[in-house]
Design a protein. Structure first.
Length: 248
């Protein structure tokens, strides 16, 4: 039956679902399916959370908008799992803080520090390390390499506040080996791990385009990619994710 937010039926989504935050990016992903956007089936548009299903190189694939932040993503992922999704790949943007990370680079997250409210709620405050699935993560890294791109691979931090005013914000997390800040991965990894532990073959991964960098002497606004450059960079990321999904 249709879910509260995703007005779709079981079978409307493929097992593999790409998860962008932006509905425009979801439409962009669907335009890269076999036959383009005209051949993709829109399976959800409720609340502007666009979802499409089609094929890529003959393999079934869906894309579903999550919105920004873990509260929104958690609702979408909970409902996708009820509708039969089993391979979930976040395709988003992030603020780079790791040494050598620049705008336009790709980051593949191996784990996500849960600095967000939703993941803390799921965990009831228990210590936990939300981690990505190894097979999916390796496919993303290999997919980037096949395109001549060396992705940064390592942990990110999932946060609630985009414009954080704390003076030690970047320094503290960089010193812990965090490559980037983003706003959804920890909840995604937690929900996928919970489903897997309950006996379902559910796996999740995350690939990100660095849209801006943060340092002690610079802000997101000062480094944010132009819209044209961001579109080119995210197109490359989407193609890597689709290729990885097709191989799996």
């Amino acid at each position: 039956m249709p879910q509260i937010h995703l007005r779709a039926e079981e079978g409307d989504y493929a097992s593999l679902v790409l998860l962008p935050g932006d509905p425009n990016r979801a439409t962009r992903v669907a335009s890269l399916f076999d036959g383009g956007l005209d051949s993709a089936r829109k399976v959800n548009e409720h609340r502007g959370m666009f979802g499409y299903t089609g094929t890529y190189k003959g393999q079934p694939v869906s894309v579903q908008t999550t919105g920004m932040g873990t509260p929104s993503l958690s609702i979408v992922v909970e409902e996708l799992l009820r509708l039969g999704a089993r391979r979930l790949v976040r395709v988003g943007t992030c603020g780079g803080i790791g040494r050598g990370v620049h705008t336009g680079d790709l980051v593949v997250a191996t784990a996500a520090a849960p600095v967000d409210g939703s993941t803390r709620t799921y965990l009831h405050g228990d210590p936990y390390a939300p981690a990505a699935d190894f097979e999916l993560t390796r496919a993303l890294v290999d997919g980037a390499a096949a395109r001549g791109v060396t992705a940064f691979v390592g942990p990110v931090a999932t946060v609630d506040v985009f414009y954080n005013p704390d003076s030690d914000y970047v320094t503290k997390w960089r010193s812990r080996g965090i490559l980037a800040f983003e706003m959804e991965a920890a909840a995604l990894f937690t929900l996928a791990s919970r489903a897997s532990a309950a006996g379902k073959d559910v796996r999740a991964a995350c690939i990100l385009t660095v849209s801006d960098t943060l340092a002690e002497e610079e802000t997101s606004e000062q480094t944010y990619l132009s819209l044209d450059d961001l579109e080119l960079a995210t197109d490359r990321m989407i193609e890597v994710a689709l290729e990885a999904g097709a191989r799996i």
